[in-house]
Design a protein. Structure first.
Length: 82
């Protein structure tokens, strides 16, 4: 079985959780040896898992939400105008 990036992405969560069979894990490992994009996807997905599992709460700086919404509104207006 030969897998491509799409297959890796479809199974990345199960791969991280150790829920793929040995044959698929070996194919994913082989693919990751040569694919920088999939390695980046794997690292990013792992980082998201770590961040979501972290119970710490971060207080946002004063006015952050308002600035964020203003920026999003500006970006949406620019895209709608294009």
């Amino acid at each position: 079985m030969r897998i491509d990036c799409k297959h890796v992405w479809e199974h990345i969560s199960a791969y991280i959780d150790g829920e793929v069979d040995a044959e698929l894990r070996a194919e994913i490992d082989k693919h990751l040896e040569t694919c920088e994009i999939c390695c980046a996807v794997l690292d990013s997905t792992r980082n998201v898992v770590v961040l979501l599992a972290d119970n710490r709460v971060f207080e946002l700086p004063a006015g952050f939400s308002a600035r964020l919404h203003e920026r999003l509104d500006e970006e949406l207006a620019l895209r709608e105008g294009s």
